[in-house]
Design a protein around this ligand. Structure first.
Ligand code: SAM
Length: 271
């Protein structure tokens, strides 16, 4: 049987908590402009599927002050941290232990269903997207941050990060049954489901738009959480993976350096 959560250890790690925090700081300022496009009711019901520590859920609850937001995840420590951090937003904002493969909600409940940074890390992204569509009402929206590890670009140094990104995600994905190039494939999934108004946009996390230290904090968290499994699952050993990440971090911090992570944001309206 396929492991439905092959990154469980990395997802629960301390490095993930700080990585998610840095990612939200980098991504939300551009993402929020995309979210403002959706036509939502005054008191929307919002689902944040795979909410982690609640970075997205809490921002959604603040953006829509009359919304009821439910964040679901399968890591209890993340849910507890989210409840503690955002207690002031309760009971409008709640967090529950639920798998996004099998949500407890009835059909057609949510006006707006968000799934940020999850689909690349699990197998069967199409099954999850179908489940998200099931719980979203007609004319409601799906908003998906589907990562794609072919969309990170770093300058060459002693090592060439192109080699790392070319080999690493393909082998990691093959070993874990996940699609680390999910970003480019989600359009097709939504299109086959005959959803409406499909959009594909990019949040550009680069050294021009995002503070260098925020971007560096993201890659540092990835290094700390993923060098070991990269060593385990790919031909890049753990030490070499750390060296690649260290070089990427150095080039982000170099005031004359340029680096970019293009983050696909894919949306659709339920017909
Ligand atoms: C990279 S984190 C993203 C967290 C959050 N969406 C954010 O943007 O900060 C991915 C999250 O998906 C969760 N996840 C993985 N499989 C899941 C499942 N089957 N059901 C619910 N959550 C899941 C993980 O536990 C983890 O917290």
């Amino acid at each position: 049987m396929t492991d439905l959560n092959p990154q469980a250890k990395q997802m629960a790690d301390e490095s993930m908590v700080r990585g998610l925090e840095a990612q939200a700081r980098a991504i939300w300022p551009q993402e929020v402009e995309l979210i403002r496009r959706y036509q939502l009711p005054d008191e929307p019901r919002i689902l944040d599927a795979g909410c982690g520590t609640g970075e997205g859920s809490s921002r959604l609850a603040e953006l829509f002050p009359r919304a009821r937001v439910l964040g679901v995840d399968i890591i209890d420590a993340h849910l507890e941290l989210a409840r503690a951090r955002y207690a002031k937003l309760a009971p409008r904002l709640t967090f529950e232990h639920q798998s996004i493969f099998e949500l407890t909600a009835a059909d057609n409940i949510f006006d707006f269903t968000v799934c940020r940074h999850v689909l690349h890390s699990i197998p069967h992204a199409d099954r999850v997207i179908a489940e998200l569509a099931r719980v979203t009402r007609s004319r409601g929206y799906l908003h998906l941050i589907a990562e794609d590890y072919g969309m990170l670009h770093f300058q060459r140094g002693t090592l060439d990060p192109r080699d790392f990104w070319h080999v690493g995600p393909a082998e990691f994905g093959a070993k874990t049954g996940t699609d680390l190039f999910c970003g480019r494939n989600v359009f097709g999934i939504l299109s086959a489901m005959q959803l409406e108004a499909i959009t594909v946009d990019y949040v550009v996390v680069d050294t021009v738009r995002v503070p260098r230290e925020t971007f560096a904090a993201i890659i540092t968290a990835w290094r700390d959480g993923y060098a070991e499994p990269i060593g385990q699952y790919t031909q890049i050993n753990q030490e070499l993976a750390r060296q690649y990440f260290d070089q990427m971090i150095a080039s982000i911090r170099d005031p004359n350096g340029y680096a970019v992570w293009m983050v696909p944001v894919v949306s659709a309206r339920i017909s």
